[in-house]
Ligand binder design. Structure first.
Ligand code: IVH
Length: 704
């Protein structure tokens, strides 16, 4: 018998509320997704009424309720998306001692610190799980979100409620606090789970990480509850009050708030101690009850972390030192050629499946012709110059998330009649000639747009997650649409519905498509007509123009029309517009050439124009920075700075919303001239551009 709401204590109300939430969640899921209600309508309605009444009587529950009220609607298609207020980043990698020394040197250089100056770090295990961000408001857990693509994750609040390591309430916490850390499954729990799964004829997981991911990303929170997940906190996002002045202090505070933190976290005074701790952790790795794949080093002083800031996706102040890759021997059964979106012919080794570090590997990259022959890109021998052949016994390895590679070949097992691999001189798909330019290791198909492989790969890239990310239009659908002749280039996606006024009918009749999914697809396409400039540029799949560069370029030009005009005027690889392009921090000559070339090839340009005609391209904005005197200004640094390094000054200017350019023109707003500034300062003076010395610059940005 349920207690009267008026008689409940706050804690009882909360328990009740959480129970109901799970019940409603499960019922909604069954109803929406499986079309098979598990509870009677009346019971469902009563549960929902009580749920709402509880929220009314205990307003503190409301924070959780707002998003839980939406629980029913979207479960059929997955989780509700959540935008992280501070992006969840990844880490750069170090693979050996020298990389760790370099990390320290890079930081010293950026900060302008002498070798002898003190620089403290923390070192801690890198947990092999999946990251989770937990948002607390007034001490109450209101939202849990997965990392997703770093900017947008999935709301898994209900599931986080099921993890006992994660406190639901905090005492003495900052008003707003986002705790970040890793959800993982212990090895012993993983073994036990798999035994249970096997017994009931359910899916067996290949490693604890996959089991943890599969358990957290469950639409049914009941399933998560039955899976023993754990959590380590190691970072934070938004905080209304600083946690401490140092990384180690903040972790201590997080631990005091009730979160598990890793006991192998140490403070180190430099690379030597960091490496010592790395070896200590490595030695313990086998006896730990959870998987780790390296050691993370972080600059301890949080004010230095702030000065160091971020590259596009990784912090400058932290790095992951990975454990050596795991190795395994297997047969190389076949060498196949894949054709990429830029026409590159990539050889792939088809392997007899083998488990490497808990993951089954059946393919490995072979890079290019030279790599197969036993030479690296500089012509130096790899594998002691041994070539690779079909039928060989090879050693493969995986390091972190990278694609498996071939480390070695055992010549004693090579068949006497085996033949060296002959790299094809034709595209295996369109049969056009495949050329290898002088100085380039890669064979490229010359078929251009007539090559189906290139077209399909371009389309796959176009719809991929970091590009247009159209729900319901994945690799499989793109291949199907291409073969059916419905989509041959990106623009076709946006005319799909119109061209097939009866399209719904046609789509519906295809295997795997129902009326609902077809309608959803057309809606998803519609939703992406409006696209940010940077995303559009990245989606075009132009060689050398990656995600980060696309964003930088977009921010530099702000709007598509200006960008197109500049690219057009730079077609001769010279002149002011070409210099403007090269002046962008992060754009080198190779990238600039590739960009200009793509836009000056008639067929490619027309295809881009056809696409853009269907879109609304959103302007890119430099981060709006309140009270920044240089927001929106174009600044140029020249000469030697004495008090900060050039890198830090540039990063700071960008963080304050300025555009840093490499060349002075009449568009330049400000030149910061250090010691021995030469021609740029002179040109600025001629053009009447404001010139600041370093002290004036520092005074201008003081306290920002
Ligand atoms: S710090 C701004 N510390 O590794 C950087 N990450 O490859 C915040 N990870 O996405 C991350 N253990 O999921 C940090 N001790 C640790 C970690 C850790 C595991 C994961 C995390 C991150 C990924 C980056």
């Amino acid at each position: 018998m349920e207690n009267k709401i008026g008689e409940l204590t706050a804690e009882e109300a909360r328990e009740d509320f959480l129970e109901l939430q799970i019940l409603l969640y499960a019922a909604d899921r069954e109803y929406n997704r499986l079309d098979s209600p598990t509870i009677a309508d009346a019971e469902y309605d009563a549960a929902k009424r009580r749920y709402r009444a509880l929220v009314k009587a205990f307003p503190e529950l409301e924070k959780n309720a707002t998003q839980l009220e939406t629980v029913g609607a979207p479960v059929a298609s997955g989780f509700v998306k959540t935008t992280h207020s501070i992006r969840m980043l990844s880490l750069g990698n170090a693979f050996d001692d020298a990389d760790v020394e370099d990390f320290d040197s890079r930081i010293r250089k950026f900060l302008g610190l002498e070798d002898s100056a003190e620089l403290i770090y923390t070192a801690e295990p890198k947990i092999d799980g999946l990251s989770l961000s937990l948002r607390y408001e007034a001490g109450v857990l209101v939202e849990a979100a997965t990392r997703g693509d770093g900017a947008v994750g999935e709301n898994v609040t209900n599931n986080a409620f099921q993890i006992s390591d994660i406190p639901r309430n905090l005492i003495n916490a900052p008003d707003i606090l986002e705790i970040r850390g890793e959800v993982y499954m212990s090895r012993s729990d993983f073994e036990a789970l798999n035994q249970r799964q096997q017994k009931i004829g359910e899916k067996v997981f290949s490693n604890p990480r996959n089991a943890a991911a599969g358990s957290l990303r469950q639409l049914d929170a009941e399933i998560t509850r039955a899976r023993p997940l754990k959590f380590f906190a190691y970072a934070w996002g938004v905080v209304s009050n600083p946690l401490a002045a140092t990384q180690s202090g903040a972790i201590e505070r997080i631990s005091e708030l009730g979160f598990p933190t890793n006991p192998l976290t140490r403070v180190c005074d430099g690379p030597q101690q960091m490496l010592e701790h790395y070896r200590r952790i490595e030695a313990k790795r086998a006896i730990l009850d959870y998987d780790i794949d390296g050691v993370v080093y972080k600059v301890n002083d949080l004010s230095l972390q702030a000065r160091l800031g971020f590259r596009s996706t990784t912090p400058r102040w932290a790095i992951a030192h990975k454990f050596p890759a795991e190795l395994a021997w297997t047969w190389l059964e076949k060498i196949e050629i894949q054709v990429g979106r830029t026409g590159a012919l990539s050889p792939v080794a088809r392997l007899k499946p083998v488990t490497v570090g808990g993951v089954v590997v059946s393919n490995a990259t072979l890079h290019n012709e030279d790599y197969i022959k036993g030479f690296d890109s500089k012509g130096a021998k790899i594998r002691e110059g041994k070539d690779l052949r079909e039928g060989d016994w090879v050693q493969v390895y995986r390091a972190g998330d990278v694609i498996p590679k071939v480390a070695d070949v055992d010549l004693s097992k090579r068949a006497p009649n085996s033949m060296p691999y002959v790299f094809p001189d034709k595209c295996p798909i369109c049969k056009s000639v495949a050329l290898r330019d002088a100085g380039d290791a890669v064979h490229r198909c010359t078929g251009g747009i007539i090559c189906a492989a290139q077209a399909v790969e371009k389309l796959k890239h176009f719809v991929s997650r970091k590009a247009f990310d159209i729900d319901g239009l994945g690799v499989k659908q793109i291949e199907q649409f291409y073969l059916d002749g419905w989509v041959r280039e990106p623009a076709d996606i946006f005319t799909l519905e119109a061209r097939f006024s009866t399209g719904l009918q046609q789509l519906k009749n295809r295997e795997g498509w129902g009326e609902k999914s077809a309608e959803r697809l057309f809606q998803a396409i519609e939703d992406k007509r409006k696209i940010p400039f940077g995303r559009l540029l990245f989606s075009l799949g132009i060689r050398h123009v990656g995600e980060a560069a696309s964003k930088t370029i977009a921010t530099h030009f702000e709007n598509w029309q200006t960008f197109e005009a500049v690219i057009g005027r730079a077609s001769k690889f010279e002149g002011a517009d070409w210099d403007d392009l090269l002046g962008i921090d992060g754009v080198g000559e190779t990238m600039a050439r590739s960009l200009v070339t793509a836009f000056s090839q008639v067929a490619e340009r027309e295809s881009i124009d056809r696409l853009v005609a269907h879109l609304v391209v959103e302007n890119a904005h430099r981060p709006a920075v309140a009270d920044s005197p240089i927001a929106g200004k174009i600044v140029v640094f020249t000469g030697t700075l004495e008090k900060t390094t050039r890198a830090e000054a540039k990063a700071k200017a960008e963080a304050l919303g300025a555009k840093v350019s490499g060349s002075v023109s009449k568009k330049t707003d400000m030149v910061i001239a250090g010691l021995a500034a030469g021609s740029k300062a002179k040109k600025a003076a001629e053009l009447g551009v404001e010139i600041l010395d370093e002290d004036a610059w520092l005074a201008l940005i003081d306290g920002l």
